[in-house]
Ligand binder design. Structure first.
Ligand code: UDP
Length: 501
């Protein structure tokens, strides 16, 4: 029986292009790129997702959610990751597993060797399983050489939105950041007139920072970008105004906006990263007891950590605000004792239904939380995954960017789209790869009163608040429509499949 299924699959694959999808080894990257694999399969393509043993469960659990139809067309292949050979701890197979910033370069070295093994595997794919298109995470810079060798197109998935990629293209071409005299001087990045986009050097993505710790890798990223045949973005054309078309014009490459991919399956509570299924259920039960649009959801992505002093300023604002708060705190284990004590005294970790501030010390079921009717606002670090999930759920945001391209995303949220307020952060914080290598500022840049003002405006912003809510609601409807038959993302997926050889 098993054999028959296998040959049936081979037969089906014979008429369909075979996509090989290689996610970059970082949690927040894997989530959307595996969802893209699921969408390709739902559109009839055969897909192989290549990952490492320690990431297999994460990938497989998302594939399984794609439903019988889609999942049967997806194969998850694991290839060993040479962590130990590169001097990394055993099982360190995601960049967010790397124990200290000085080991990040070793992780990239291991990822290059992983690339050699992936190439060997792909060369052996023949017949209906021969590779007809490759989609790789930006850091797998070896992917285009492999695709060229096998005569297939190679597309990049950055995890960035089209607007921030467009800003990066402008920065590469015009280098305005090199003409300023201080890291805090504002300069224009006029990519989407009439909207203003003014940034400082400090706020730019990693590759434009003078002290980037893996500069030579960033040069390889750029070479990969220039060599790739096109760009796949988790976004939808109606969202970012003209950004996707302008990005295509600026790069001379095809740009496929195929999102929001978080809508491709219903949100799951049994994520393998969650401490337990019960925690996720407790979270949802706590939300069930709250009034519609009354809850403030606070979370800074998969890796965002605030210095303790900043966490306290935020915490005091959260526990004293009039709205119930669901606060996700990462790295609570490494906080100083007095901060931990304060958190225990002032927040609830058990999800007692009538508590005012529920703290989740681990992985929260974010997509399910954002789509819960009780959530009225999201304090976010503006990671693109979180931003788009908020749009897809129709939830307005308060922007608290940490690093990478998040300051650029803040401009999109607040100034271009008018669906959020700014907390007013000016400098990067936290993150494994921030300039100076992690930790960021030790002191708090943003005081409690500043946080409270932004929260008030987000949750109780009068006419302007209603306007923001209305706009994000309209975008939610457009997001869903984009993925439906004939919608822009649906059609872009079809075009992506047609570009395979
Ligand atoms: N996420 C989640 N639970 C958490 C933290 C993060 O489900 O407790 C998910 C979130 O839904 C999103 C991704 O992790 O899909 C974070 O991606 P984003 O681009 O926002 O930020 P990054 O982690 O790259 O900083």
């Amino acid at each position: 029986d098993c054999h028959r299924n296998e040959s049936q699959r081979e037969l089906e694959m014979g008429t369909k292009p075979h996509f090989v999808v290689i996610p970059w080894l970082a949690t927040s990257h894997m989530i959307p790129i595996v969802d893209i694999a699921c969408l390709l399969a739902a559109h009839g393509a055969a897909v192989t997702v290549i990952t490492t043993p320690a990431n297999a469960q994460l990938v497989q659990s998302r594939v399984d959610r794609a439903g019988d139809q889609g999942a049967s067309r997806i194969t998850v292949t694991t290839i060993p990751f040479p962590a130990a050979e590169a001097g990394l701890p055993e099982g360190c197979e995601r960049v967010d597993h790397v124990p200290s910033p000085d080991m990040v370069p070793s992780f990239f070295d291991a990822a290059m060797q992983f690339g050699d093994a992936v190439a060997q595997h792909c060369r052996r794919l023949t017949g209906p399983r021969r590779l007809s298109c490759l989609i790789a995470g930006i850091s797998h810079t070896w992917a285009h050489v492999l695709a060229r060798e096998l005569g297939a197109p190679c597309f990049i998935f950055h995890g960035f939105c089209a607007f921030s990629l467009l800003c990066c293209e402008y920065l590469h071409a015009h280098r305005p950041h090199e003409a300023v005299s201080s890291p805090d001087e504002l300069f224009d990045v006029p990519v989407l007139p009439p909207f203003e986009c003014r940034l400082t050097r400090r706020q730019l993505p990693l590759q434009f920072l003078p002290s980037c710790p893996v500069e030579y890798r960033m040069r390889e990223f750029r070479e990969f970008e220039l060599a790739a045949d096109g760009i796949v973005v988790n976004s939808f054309e109606e969202l970012e105004r003209d950004s996707a078309a302008r990005l295509a014009a600026a790069t001379g490459k095809k740009v496929f906006a195929v999102g929001p991919v978080s809508l491709c399956c219903s949100p799951a509570l049994d994520d393998p990263r969650a401490a337990s299924h019960d925690d996720a259920k407790r979270c949802m039960a706590w939300l069930d007891a709250k009034k519609a649009r009354s809850v403030l959801y606070v979370s800074f992505g998969s890796a965002g950590r605030m210095p303790p002093a900043q966490l306290m300023q935020l915490g005091v604002a959260l526990v004293s605000c009039p709205w119930p708060v669901l606060w996700v705190i990462k790295g609570a284990g490494s906080l100083p004792g007095d901060v931990k004590e304060w958190l225990c005294e002032n927040t609830d970790a058990d999800g007692v239904a009538d508590s005012q501030c529920l703290a989740v010390r681990g992985w929260a079921p974010q997509v399910a939380i954002l789509s819960h009717r009780a959530v009225g606002g999201f304090v976010t670090h503006c990671g693109w995954g979180s931003t788009l999930e908020s749009v897809a759920a129709g939830v307005p945001m308060a922007a608290w960017p940490f690093t990478a391209e998040q300051f650029v995303n803040e401009k999109l949220i607040v100034d271009v789209l008018g669906i959020g307020v700014s907390i007013g952060v000016t400098k990067p914080t936290g993150g494994m790869l921030t300039a100076g290598g992690g930790g960021g500022e030790e002191t708090a840049e943003v005081g409690t009163e500043q946080v409270k003002r932004a929260l008030n405006s987000l949750m109780d912003g009068g006419v302007e608040g209603e306007e923001r809510a209305k706009k994000v609601h309209e975008l939610k409807a457009k997001a869903h429509a984009a993925l439906e038959k004939e919608g822009s993302s649906y059609m872009n997926l079809e075009k992506l499949i047609l570009s395979a050889v």
